[in-house]
Design a protein around this ligand. Structure first.
Ligand SMILES: [Zn+2]
Length: 208
């Protein structure tokens, strides 16, 4: 059992990211049993939940003539436009019904501001609005952040990179993640993670 210096960060294990959901990550549902095994091995678990208002700026439907997966320029930089997903309080935004992490202490809801997206659990997409997670973890003297969930190349990678930037040791539990892989995004993300010093493991190694 991992103790108080370690936290398992379970990113966006939500209905809309599952096959059949509004923004399905291929084979996203396959990770749930493994995430459950990991959660059972950590005393301290934090969840994230993508949590958008219906008029959110990241939805293609809110931009005339735009299609999902196109990119636009926003004041804070490039933004991928997504199908409408994880609308606050809707069934698609709910955690996967078979996720077993009842002992999770904190749920970080992200992307709740209309004008800013947030892939990362730590810093919103404008790259300076904090979610408060780094301060929470520091106050509890957490040293290592173990990341799993969806999707490897967006919300998991950005969270892992920001955890490193905030000074934590970071492990990506690769087989407990699945990627969207849009235009080479997975390869780019893995390279960035390596450059930042994020360690890659499988769940077996993480639980050893
Ligand atoms: Zn989103």
């Amino acid at each position: 059992m991992k103790g108080p210096e370690d936290v398992l960060l379970i990113v966006d294990v939500q209905n809309d990211f599952m096959p059949g959901g509004a923004l399905a990550v291929p084979r996203g549902d396959e990770i749930v049993p493994l995430v459950n095994r990991l959660a059972a091995g950590f005393e301290h678990v934090v969840l994230t939940q993508d949590w958008h208002p219906r008029d959110h700026i990241s939805f293609a439907a809110n931009h005339d003539g735009r299609q999902p997966f196109e990119t636009i320029e926003l004041p804070y930089g490039e933004q991928v436009l997504w199908p409408v997903h994880c609308v606050q309080g809707q069934p698609g935004a709910a955690l996967h019904p078979r996720l077993e992490a009842g002992h999770a202490r904190l749920v970080i809801r992200k992307g709740y501001r209309r004008t800013i997206d947030s892939y990362s659990a730590f810093v919103e997409a404008d790259r300076h609005s904090p979610t408060g997670l780094a301060g929470y973890l520091r106050e509890l003297e957490v040293k290592r952040v173990w990341c799993c969930g969806l999707a490897t190349d967006y919300c998991v990678a950005w969270s892992a990179l920001d955890a490193r930037a905030a000074g934590f040791d970071v492990v990506l539990i690769e087989d407990a993640c699945r990627a969207i892989d849009l235009n080479g995004s997975l390869e780019r993300a893995l390279q960035q993670l390596q450059d930042a010093g994020v360690v890659r493991m499988n769940a077996e190694q993480a639980l050893a």
